[in-house]
Design a binder for this molecule. Sequence first.
Ligand SMILES: [Zn+2]
Length: 89
Amino acid sequence: MSVLQFPEQPNTSGAYYGTCPKCRKSDGFLNIGRDLWSHCDQHQTKWFIGKNLFSDSEQETWSDWQRNGEKLENYTEIEPYYGKEAGNV
Ligand SMILES: [Zn+2]
């Protein structure tokens, strides 16, 4: 698996990077090349986080990125939720 963990756990949890607006959760992060996405598997939503955020991505391979890309290909890109109650619904 190439789901990355936070190097340090921010006290705002997923709210900082946004969460699924439907369930207010996140199923982690996926790198596709230098692009970092977060996603919700239950609702098949995804939202863009940014580029070059985690140096761990240097250890990933093209096959990882291709697999991540195929996973998110069918997900719907949405505007994430940034509220405080993330993950507690
Ligand atoms: Zn969701």
